[in-house]
Ligand binder design. Structure first.
Ligand code: AMP
Length: 136
């Protein structure tokens, strides 16, 4: 079954669309974390970052910057979070690749689930070596 975002792409359900090109679409989030919360999706139905070819990652990133600039001009937030969830464990609920643009104002009540942790020197060195080898 098509994702809810594919249904928006094909005009089967409504959305407050704000930008569209051949590869990407941006619209307002239906349950915004803050005023101006927008989503940027790739039109092709692919679940997460690891599923996209690099050119689609680039296309979504370019649209994200374009929409963020417009939000910045129109709403003049004090900051913006760019959030992209992959997998249910990471909070993804719609399995169709999308980037959140969340305008921020000091003292707003937006919650992002993050508590700074600890990394020992030995863990850091082992992880660094593993990842460098995987990326070589
Ligand atoms: P995520 O948890 O990263 O998968 O985010 C999914 C987002 O899609 C949530 O912020 C929802 O509020 C939003 N959303 C779900 N359905 C719609 C819809 N029909 N129109 C606009 N936004 C939606």
């Amino acid at each position: 079954m098509a994702s809810i975002f594919s249904r928006i792409v094909h005009g089967e359900i409504p959305a407050a669309k704000i930008y569209e090109d051949d590869l990407t679409l941006a619209f307002l989030d239906i349950n915004p974390a803050s005023h101006g919360h927008a989503l940027v999706i790739c039109k092709q139905e692919l679940a997460g970052l690891l599923d996209l070819p690099p050119e689609l990652v680039a296309a979504v990133a370019q649209t994200t910057q374009r929409v963020a600039r417009a939000i910045n001009t129109v709403l003049q937030p004090e900051g913006m979070n760019i959030v992209q969830n992959n997998g249910a464990a990471a909070g993804q609920t719609v399995f169709h690749y999308h980037v959140h643009i969340i305008p921020r104002w000091g003292g707003d009540d937006v919650l992002l689930p993050w508590r700074p942790g600890q990394l020992s020197a030995s863990e850091r060195d082992a992880l660094q070596a593993q990842l460098r080898a995987a990326l070589a």
